[in-house]
Design a protein. Structure first.
Lengths: 219, 335
């Protein structure tokens, strides 16, 4: 992974692993229709509100930083979305999934019903467009579905499946159902657990949280 | 909202033609040529001869082009069965290219108006080298025997009308360079019409064996007799190309690009969920950012309707965004 030359402003664009998968699938799912912006790599503690040269220089340490090239792994990029909120917003939405981490035995199920704090004037709310949930390695879950959002796009996404390697899977819903895999061969000869991550993003707020998920072997 | 829908005019598909080097050496001109004795002595050697840019056993060796000899009457190679005249590798090669280029088993190749040609040399460029098609006007091949040499090119620089065959565009191969003849004339051989056909869309150059051998080979075409065995005519063309030390050509490729215009209004995307910007309960770290938020765009995510992240674009430096700024970011995606 290299740095981008920031002597001039350029844009380094690549397809993600998921994008290549959907392009290969050829079913029309590779169709760019919307965008989001993120500020990955930015450390706002570098924003210096006591800079002696004045407010024009508060962001000096951030504005000149070199940025890394794009990652192809869709679960490792677009981590911190920028949100469109009313001016004067003092508290930003944050997600409360109800779990700091998830540990499931093989075959065990769990339902997550995330909530968003500080959203639309409420201290705690469910987002009307639901939440996207992305598991980084779909092989760990025998069932991974979203319920509660019944748009055609959400239903098509929830019904899609990918066989094979450790690609991510994204579902949409107000609640997310998980079931640990029962396939022993994934554990190999010595592993007693498998680990991945579950990323939840509020579709209205853009708030995001990533929590670790572990599947433990039972037999 | 953290997602914004594109308008129809925000995504534009553009097809652009680009030209590039053909040879594995990275140069426009190939001056050294090598063959593989293993390939030459194998069954495929009866039909064609692979030509490499370096010794064929070296790790970076790659086939650059192949040479094949075809004859309408099956002359110049050993019959498959001694009791069946006219059926030999050269007949197979001739039929193959006649079918490919003319699309009619009754037709003969016509080189610059002369239709008597029964023998052809086919130079077929490796597809990995030229990718999509060859670029007319860049072809230049020197063939040499003894002190006699000819530099051949296509006549695209002199043609006012492009002719098409079953194999796409076709140009005559003439004596000259850069798509035009040396003397301002047709550039054809003295008595046998043009030197061949240049077929850029299939990456093939067909040479008129009669013209080549009359002008360069001192009529040493191995059609009959003890020398008319498999591979001898291929070896002859290879030899005069190797002596010529000059094969230039460029490739042409159409690249389809998606131009995506990301338009960010002043009121949009001004707040950041970055953990370094908020406390554990969501409060903005810097109080001055409550009424005057400052966000730094580093990444653009391109999504489909179901929020799958299809592509990402990274800026080379952070782009400040606040309520007084708008941004237009152009992203180019090549397929």
């Amino acid at each position: 992974m290299g740095y981008l030359n920031n002597g001039v402003v350029t844009v380094d664009a690549i397809l993600t692993k998921k994008g290549r998968e959907l392009l290969a699938r050829g079913d029309g799912s590779f169709r760019i229709t919307q965008f989001a912006l993120a500020d990955d790599e930015i450390d706002y503690t570098l924003y210096n509100t006591t800079h002696p040269s004045g407010s024009a220089f508060f962001g000096e340490a951030i504005e000149n930083m070199p940025l890394l090239e794009a990652f192809a792994d869709e679960t490792q990029i677009m981590k911190y979305n920028l949100a469109t909120l009313p001016r004067g917003t003092a508290k930003l939405p944050i997600l409360e999934p109800g779990f700091a981490s998830i540990t499931l035995k093989q075959g065990a199920s769990l339902t997550i019903t995330p909530q968003t704090l500080n959203f639309l004037g409420a201290s705690q709310a469910f987002e009307s467009s639901g939440y996207t949930a992305t598991v980084a390695d779909v092989r760990l879950l025998s069932n991974f579905t979203g319920v509660g959002i019944n748009t055609a796009e959400a239903e098509r996404l929830n019904a899609s499946s990918t066989l094979g390697t450790n690609v991510s899977k994204t579902v949409v819903g107000t609640s997310i159902n998980l079931t640990g895999t029962t396939i022993n061969t994934l554990f190999g000869a010595t592993n007693t657990s498998l680990s991945s991550t579950l990323t939840l993003v509020g579709r209205d707020s853009g708030a995001r949280i990533t929590i670790p998920i572990t599947i433990t072997k039972t037999n | 909202m953290s997602f914004k829908q594109f308008d129809t005019e925000d995504i534009v598909v553009s097809a652009d033609s680009i030209s590039s080097i053909v040879w594995s050496t990275g140069n426009y001109q190939l001056t050294t040529f090598f063959t593989s004795s293993t390939q030459d002595s194998s069954t495929s050697g009866d039909y064609y001869l692979d030509v490499f840019q370096t010794g064929s056993t070296l790790t970076n060796a790659a086939v650059q082009f192949s040479i094949a000899y075809g004859n309408k009457d099956g002359l110049g190679s050993t019959p498959f069965n001694s009791n069946v005249a006219g059926k030999s590798p050269s007949a197979t090669v001739f039929g193959q290219y006649r079918s490919l280029v003319l699309g009619d088993e009754e037709s003969d190749f016509t080189f610059g108006g002369v239709t008597s040609a029964k023998g052809i040399y086919a130079i077929s460029l490796d597809r990995a080298r030229y990718k999509e098609k060859l670029l007319p006007g860049t072809f230049e091949l020197t063939i040499k025997s003894g002190s006699v040499e000819r530099t051949l090119t296509d006549n695209s620089g002199m043609s006012t009308v492009v002719t098409f065959t079953d194999a796409g565009r076709v140009y005559e191969v003439i004596s000259g360079s850069n798509g035009v003849s040396h003397d301002g004339g047709t550039g054809y051989s003295a008595n046998n019409g043009s030197y061949g056909k240049f077929l850029p869309d299939i990456g093939v150059i067909i040479l008129n064996a009669a013209a080549v051998n009359a002008e360069i080979g001192n009529n040493t075409l191995f059609e009959t007799g003890s020398s008319a065995t498999n591979g001898n005519n291929n070896a002859f063309l290879y030899e005069i190309i190797e002596l010529g030390q000059n094969f230039k050509i460029n490739a042409e490729e159409t690249v389809s690009s998606n131009y995506v215009f990301v338009r960010v209004r002043n009121s949009e995307f001004n707040y950041s969920n970055n953990p370094s910007n908020i406390s554990g309960s969501g409060e903005i770290r810097h109080s001055s950012m409550v009424n005057n938020p400052q966000a730094y765009i580093t990444t653009v995510g391109l999504y489909n309707d179901t929020n799958d992240l299809l592509g990402v674009a990274k800026l080379s430096k952070p782009l400040l965004k606040d309520f007084t700024k708008e941004a237009l970011i152009r992203i180019k995606l090549d397929y």
